[in-house]
Design a protein around this ligand. Structure first.
Ligand SMILES: Nc1nc2c(c(=O)[nH]1)N[C@H]1C(S)=C(S)[C@@H](COP(=O)(O)O)O[C@H]1N2
Ligand SMILES: [Mo]
Length: 300
């Protein structure tokens, strides 16, 4: 598999410009940015009308600040996000602490309008600003033996009222297979609607993997570790039969306690109909090949 993990230091070296522009064009098409005619099946124009700022920033899951949907908006201001750095370690050529400003100087931030699907069966459409995780990993230089990427959220009890209770095992951790991490749809988000990402949404930098349930998109990341085995994940540790490692959006694999066949758009109104959940959250054409031959019920 041809991943872009050469030792190149800048994005321009890692991704030749024509590829970059072409990818932008494809993603713009997917997002229906005035190019509705080339949007794929199921990605109708209206489905990708972004949710409003207030919806995106007031209805959240960020258990470090409480388990209620309104708790993050109320409590996340307690978190200090500057200075901030991400430790990148494990199977990399250049392990170390990468300062947030230093990272931002080297990355080209663009807008990606993505469907966002929570395992609790609600969904939103969010206009993220961010850059590809692959470009950040290229800065550190991924070594040949690496097969997975592990992520860790900040754990600072003095600023996080929710972590005094053992809701899950803290810190929040997540993981991806390396090919998933290198996929061009996988981004590190640093903004929403061209504003810095608000604390309740995972400031200053969080993962967004649009074809997976929302809990994979780990917030406020302080460590990224390249490994040679599947890393533990917070929700899988909590309830392995309910939350698997892959967590790909799949209407055919119900959560043991509720269906995943349909979803409700946040903000669509009380009378709005539920809409059918799309395989891989509507990104099937882009990602299905990574799972060829896998039993997606077993490996949920
Ligand atoms: N550190 C951390 N990351 C997290 C969570 C969390 O509780 N802690 N919740 C997850 C869940 S369940 C969802 S649905 C999304 C919600 O992202 P949003 O609040 O930006 O919509 O964040 C994910 N990332
Ligand atoms: Mo979620």
């Amino acid at each position: 598999m041809a991943f872009r993990w050469t030792n190149d230091l800048t994005r321009d070296d890692v991704t030749p410009e024509p590829v970059w522009l072409n990818r932008r064009h494809i993603l713009a098409g997917m997002a229906g940015l005035g190019l509705g005619a080339i949007a794929g099946p199921g990605l109708a124009q209206g489905d990708l009308e972004p949710n409003g700022w207030d919806e995106i920033t007031s209805f959240n899951n960020f258990y470090e600040f409480g388990t209620g949907k309104g708790d993050p908006a109320e409590n996340a201001h307690l978190m200090t996000t500057s200075p901030w750095s991400i430790t990148i370690d494990g199977l990399v050529d250049r392990p170390g602490d990468y300062g947030f400003e230093q990272i931002m100087e080297q990355m080209s931030v663009e807008e990606r309008i993505y469907r966002f699907r929570c395992v609790e069966a609600w969904s939103m459409v969010i206009p993220w600003n961010g850059f590809e995780l692959a470009d950040l990993l290229a800065l550190a230089g991924v070594q040949d033996g690496a097969t997975h990427v592990a992520f860790e959220t900040l754990l600072r009890p003095s600023e996080m009222p929710g972590v005094s209770r053992p809701v899950i095992e803290w810190p929040y951790v997540e993981g991806l297979r390396l090919d998933e991490a290198m996929h061009p749809l996988t981004i590190m988000a640093t903004g929403i609607y061209d504003k810095p990402i608000p604390n309740q949404n995972g400031a200053p930098i969080r993962l967004v993997v649009p074809w997976k349930y929302g809990y994979k998109s780990i917030k406020s990341i302080v460590r990224i570790t390249l490994t040679d085995s599947e890393p533990p994940t917070a929700w899988n540790k909590y309830a392995p039969n309910e939350y698997g490692f892959y967590s790909n959006v799949n209407p055919d694999r119900p959560h043991p306690r509720w269906s995943q066949a349909s979803e409700k758009r946040v903000g669509a109104g009380l009378l709005a109909r539920r809409q059918p959940t799309l395989m891989f959250n509507g990104y099937e054409d882009e990602v299905a090949a990574m799972y060829d031959g896998m039993d997606l019920i077993k490996f949920h």
